[in-house]
Design a protein around this ligand. Structure first.
Ligand code: MG
Length: 242
């Protein structure tokens, strides 16, 4: 059994932007008694805490905003990589162009872009759109892959300004400092805490090319899952082992 478990949040531990199911929280709690648990998400730290609930509080490390904000189990900040003003501006410019290219009808104009400090998160249809609509929108990421492909010149432009864009969550593109992705930050945490890579596993639903979990491949062993239900089937089998 691995000693250190890393998990993506959206669709790996919970349904998108939803609270963890009580039965699932119970499994995670049992795991946290036997191993380190680290949550690595594009979400900000407060939303991770909210979605995982009070029962799990102080039982896991947080790598929020794709790991650009790191906290230990007691909520003590280990590091923060903030985006610069010009990087935020260039992400916003990209989003404006993407939105005019896509011309999607959205319910709430103010629900599209979230500036989280260490990253900018752009939901194509709205961060708080109905969950069924969100899940049906781009389940395999193909809409967002196509967008990034159609806008590859702009993606390159962003990169030249030190910004990286990746598919995250169910409807989101995450903009972070170039190279400061989940893979980089997972490696940094392991080094900081003196953990061995071979004793780690990363569980995620976006380990495909362009997904925000992909950068962890090659850093530590990975376990791809289709959705959060599969995560708990896997954990149940892990917990059965002595
Ligand atoms: Mg995910």
């Amino acid at each position: 059994m691995p000693k250190h478990f890393f998990f993506d949040l959206d669709n790996t531990l919970t349904r998108s932007k939803s609270h963890i199911e009580p039965a699932h929280a119970e499994i995670l709690k049992r795991l946290a008694e036997r191993a380190d648990v680290v949550v690595v998400s594009g979400h900000d730290e407060n939303s991770i805490r909210r979605h995982l609930g009070v029962d799990l509080q102080n039982r896991y490390y947080i790598l929020s905003q794709n790991g650009n904000h790191a906290e230990d189990r007691n909520g003590k900040i280990i590091w923060e990589h903030k985006l610069g003003i010009s990087q935020v501006r260039s992400a916003h410019k990209f989003i404006e162009k993407a939105r005019s290219n896509l011309a999607l009808h959205v319910k709430d104009e103010n629900d599209i872009v979230e500036d989280r400090g260490c990253e900018v998160a752009y939901s194509l249809i709205g961060h708080h759109e109905d969950i069924e609509i969100k899940e049906a929108f781009d389940p395999d990421g193909s809409k967002r892959k196509k967008l990034l492909n159609d806008m590859r010149r702009d993606v390159e432009m962003l990169e030249s300004l030190g910004v990286e864009v990746r598919i995250g969550g169910t409807t989101v593109l995450d903009f972070m400092e170039k190279g400061k992705n989940k893979g980089y930050n997972v490696a940094k945490l392991i080094k900081t805490l003196g953990w061995k890579k071979a004793g780690c596993v990363y569980v995620g639903d976006a380990l495909f090319p362009g997904g925000n979990d992909e950068t962890v491949i090659g850093v530590i062993p990975t376990k791809p899952v289709v959705d959060y239900r599969e995560t708990y089937v896997y954990l149940e089998s892990v917990l059965k082992k002595p």
